[in-house]
Design a protein around this ligand. Structure first.
Ligand code: BES
Ligand code: ZN
Length: 619
């Protein structure tokens, strides 16, 4: 019954869409230099004035996007990307203009063509967001921590900004912006820009982002959130009942910013704040400039999951300052960021700590690469080829962790001093620019590696070939070696790790312990571990998600209620995908389907897209 209703709704949607496109004939359109954007290099946006009103009742944003543009001699039109936007009116330099829409593509949306010439200066587009605005998640009050007010947040990366702003949605197109946003008077609005720290009665907020950013860093959050300062230039926004917990968790934020600046030069964006979002946020974190968006699942209570904050902070250099030119070069954003993240963690918490992180990263990479080599070997190359696909397909361990180890290999080959100087110059010398993989390799040859070093590292193999080269750097962690010995002792002799030992284990030691559990562990042994260490009851999201793997695989039923409550309360894709996969692989298809049917309405479109495919779900 539920399903057939959903199917009916989908049909109606389809009918409406067809009706819409009947009213406005669509024309064939080709993408530009970036295969995921219709923007063309001869007519580009420079600045946005966005005037918007957020309506929680109809779940729509009504807005006008007024763009300052620069058009080259000879160009006849400017192209924007849109996704399910209802365009009401277009003007060019104040005069109403005709426009054309391209055919609808499931990943890309539509091109919007507006005739202009080299003298055109301003294009203004009035519009409303659609029902299928995939960047937006509108949450009902029950889906928030306070349970009294609704919430809205955006997730624009990779190509979803076009579902809430008509924009040239390529990482290669940068612009500055100003915004005026009207929200219900008891709510606060925040953007990836200068932000208010308190409410105003009218619910009208103004924003400015004076540094040029690509569209994927456009962000908006509207909710019943409050601000608490951490240092002069850092702070956190969260719902009232999470505010103190959040400020406690992120107390080291200023130290992290200082460590980062010490490494690779000044923080370029003014303030660095975080917002803790409701648990349906599909990612761990998102590096929206000046305001990182974060999942509440990193509030472990003991600050043990703050490497995620170091990661998003690091993007203020790798990604936000020097930006991947297309999504095929995604490793330039994420690989550099994982490397930088580890360096920040090492600076603040010491090498022993950061080597535990690196060891977890290495094990995760090897496992992921082995799986991917079977099913999609080409996606194990650092340089991707995502043309015609959803760029989200490129979000795997490869750009992150293979990218990290490639950079670590360079560091180990040339020595840290040389590498640090190189990286600092790289970030400072290319700030507010885009970078292709090929430009980076040229820069690497010209400024760091001798021919001999270039060969020795096997740079081309790392970038352009599948799999993990066999000169993958080793990681040695003495603390993990002790965990290995304890696990071995348990598996061989049935002896639980000594209390004094396990009591001193940090989250990362537990993660290593759980991830190392062999496939042939028995239900009795799992139950013994669970009883001794209360793993099923852990309040640490990373530990829970890790623990679901061996327990679901072994059919340890005591964990099922926790699995269900986790999957129905958390929307973070990194946890959802492996957990649903584990259920499917363990033959628990029905359980997976039942939980998914319940949980799906609470997931963001990004998580739904991945899980619909995994669970063969269709509306
Ligand atoms: N920029 C990414 C998130 C992202 C990537 C969103 C691609 C959409 C498309 C963010 O910096 C990230 O990597 N988040 C990770 C955190 C991590 C590796 C510590 C996450 O969300 O798990
Ligand atoms: Zn990242």
């Amino acid at each position: 019954m539920g399903l057939s209703l959903l199917a009916l709704a989908a049909c109606n949607n389809q009918a409406q869409k067809e009706e819409k496109s009947d009213q406005k004939t669509t024309i064939a359109m080709e993408t530009g230099q970036d295969p995921h954007s219709y923007a063309k290099a001869d007519a580009l946006v420079k600045h946005l004035n966005w005037d918007a009103s957020v309506d929680f009742d109809s779940k729509t944003i009504t807005a006008s996007a007024q763009w300052d543009i620069e058009v080259k001699e000879g160009a006849e039109a400017i192209y924007f990307d849109i996704y399910d936007l209802d365009i009401q009116k277009v003007t060019v330099d104040g005069v109403e203009s005709d426009y054309q829409l391209g055919e609808f593509d499931h990943h890309l949306g539509q091109g919007l063509r507006i005739p202009v010439n080299a003298n055109s200066k301003k294009v203004s587009i009035s519009y409303r967001t659609g029902d299928d605005a995939r960047a937006l998640q509108w949450l009902d009050a029950e889906q928030t921590a306070g349970k009294e007010n609704p919430f809205l947040f955006t997730q624009s990366q990779a190509i979803l900004a076009r579902s809430w702003v008509p924009t040239q949605d390529s990482p290669g197109v940068r612009f500055t912006y100003k915004a005026k946003v009207k929200v219900p008077s008891h709510m606060l609005a925040l953007m990836s820009a200068s932000n208010p720290q308190s409410r105003n009665e009218k619910g009208e907020y103004e924003f400015e982002m004076p540094q040029a950013i690509p569209s994927y860093l456009l962000a908006l959050a509207v909710g019943d959130v409050y601000f608490e300062a951490i240092s002069e230039r850092t702070g956190v926004y969260a719902e009232a009942n999470l505010l103190d917990t959040s400020a406690y968790e992120f107390a080291d934020l200023e130290k992290m910013v200082q460590a980062a600046e010490e490494l690779y030069g000044p923080y370029a964006w003014g303030r660095y704040d975080l917002i803790v979002l409701p648990p349906s946020f599909p990612f761990g974190g998102m590096e929206n400039p000046r305001l990182t968006f974060a999942t509440p699942t990193i509030l472990a209570g003991d600050r043990s999951l703050v490497s995620l904050v170091a990661h998003e902070l690091a993007h203020s250099w790798s990604g936000n300052l020097v930006t991947n030119a297309t999504w095929d070069d995604f490793w330039l954003n994420e690989g550099f960021t994982v490397y930088f993240e580890h360096r920040i963690m090492e600076a603040v918490y010491g090498r022993e700590y950061s080597e535990m992180l690196a060891s977890l990263t290495r094990a995760g990479l090897q496992e992921a690469a082995a799986d991917m080599l079977k099913e999609m070997p080409n996606d194990t190359k650092l340089k991707l080829d995502l043309e015609g696909r959803n760029p989200d397909d490129g979000v795997t361990s490869i750009p992150y962790d293979k990218g990290y180890f490639f950079l670590r290999l360079i560091e180990e080959t040339v020595g840290r001093d040389r590498f640090d100087e190189f990286l600092k110059n790289y970030f400072q010398g290319h700030k507010f620019e885009v970078m292709t993989t090929e430009e980076f390799l040229d820069y690497l040859k010209a400024n760091l590696l001798s021919d001999e070093e270039f060969q020795q590292i096997r740079v081309k193999e790392w970038i352009y070939e599948i799999g993990i080269p066999d000169n993958l750097p080793e990681v040695k962690s003495d603390r993990f070696a002790k965990v290995d010995a304890a696990l071995e002792n348990f598996m061989q002799n049935g002896a639980l790790p000594a209390k004094e030992q396990s009591d001193a284990w940090t989250t990362h030691e537990w993660l290593h312990f759980i991830n190392s559990i062999p496939a042939d562990i028995s239900i009795e042994q799992l139950s013994e571990l669970d009883e001794a260490y209360q793993l099923s009851a852990s309040g640490n999201s990373e530990i829970s998600a890790a623990w679901f793997q061996p327990t679901i695989a072994a059919g340890y039923e005591a964990v099922y209620p926790k699995v269900e409550s986790f999957l129905t309360s958390v929307g973070r894709r990194k946890f959802l995908t492996p957990t649903y996969k584990a259920l499917l692989e363990a033959g628990k298809e029905q359980m997976a389907q039942d939980i998914y049917a319940k949980a799906r309405p609470n997931y963001h479109a990004v998580s739904r897209e991945t899980l619909d495919a995994l669970l063969n779900f269709s509306e």
